[in-house]
Design a protein around this ligand. Structure first.
Ligand code: SF4
Length: 241
């Protein structure tokens, strides 16, 4: 089923107080062409819940080429644990190679992460999202100032086009980090071994570092940049709003 005339905002209010399983069930009832975006702990919670509702759930992940080796092992662990078909997306060599030749491997420390993320993350993501009607993300309101107003479901203004409306489900929008980790422990959900070494929000290796007790989790990402600009573009709509 491809639901092109679906008015997601009309349903959003009804689901603001619902749990992730209800939101995912609603998403799968209305969209066949839907996939979960997977990189972090929240996303595996979503996969765990989704597999109980829809064993055929589709999952994709972005391989920027700059991930920690622990993260690559984690991707494989999740693939095997759940038996999911994991679509791993790579950057376009025709874009990446001239960029690295011209600016080197660490240009983001000098002129910001936007260009590198644009090539390594956003372009492959856009290519994937053009093939979908809806996607599911692990965004939570308490992750950062840019995510404070995230809805449990919305039209994705950043990746919709004139002839393609993309819908976005954020079933964990109202969950706290504590709820996510309670679920992980209670259900033996696999997690990235870097979490045991002080990493909370994990992205690419050169752009992620451990945080100290009581530091906000997103302080470990792009720490050299201003707080309100810390979106990699996957959720660029958050900055617009
Ligand atoms: S997080 Fe860092 S290394 Fe990864 S794509 Fe963005 S700027 Fe590049």
């Amino acid at each position: 089923m491809t639901n092109t005339s679906f008015d997601i905002e009309a349903h959003a209010q009804d689901f603001q107080d619902k749990g992730p399983a209800d939101i995912l069930r609603f998403a799968f009832d209305n969209f066949d062409n839907i996939a979960i975006s997977f990189s972090g702990a929240e996303d595996v919670v979503l996969i765990d819940i989704a597999r109980r509702i829809n064993p055929e759930v589709k999952v994709f992940s972005l391989d920027t080429g700059r991930l920690h080796s622990e993260t690559y092992r984690f991707l494989e662990q999740v693939r095997e644990h759940y038996g999911v078909e994991l679509d791993v997306l790579s950057p376009d060599a025709a874009q990446l190679e001239p960029f690295v030749r011209e600016k080197g491997l660490y240009s983001f420390y000098k002129d910001g992460h936007k260009e590198c993320c644009g090539i390594r993350k956003i372009a492959p993501l856009r290519r994937k999202l053009e093939t979908l009607d809806a996607w599911v993300t692990g965004q939570r309101k308490d992750q950062s100032p840019t995510r404070a107003n995230v809805s449990v479901m919305e039209t994705d203004g950043a990746f919709s086009g004139p002839n393609h409306t993309l819908h976005k489900f954020n079933p964990l929008a109202n969950w706290t980090s504590k709820q996510v980790w309670s679920y992980i422990r209670a259900n033996d959900v696999p997690y990235n071994e870097l979490h045991s070494r002080g990493y909370i929000s994990i992205g690419c290796e050169p752009c992620t570092r451990q945080v100290l007790p009581n530091q906000h989790e997103r302080e470990g990402r792009w720490w050299w940049e201003e707080e309100t600009l810390k979106e990699c573009g996957l959720h660029a709509g958050n900055l617009e709003s």
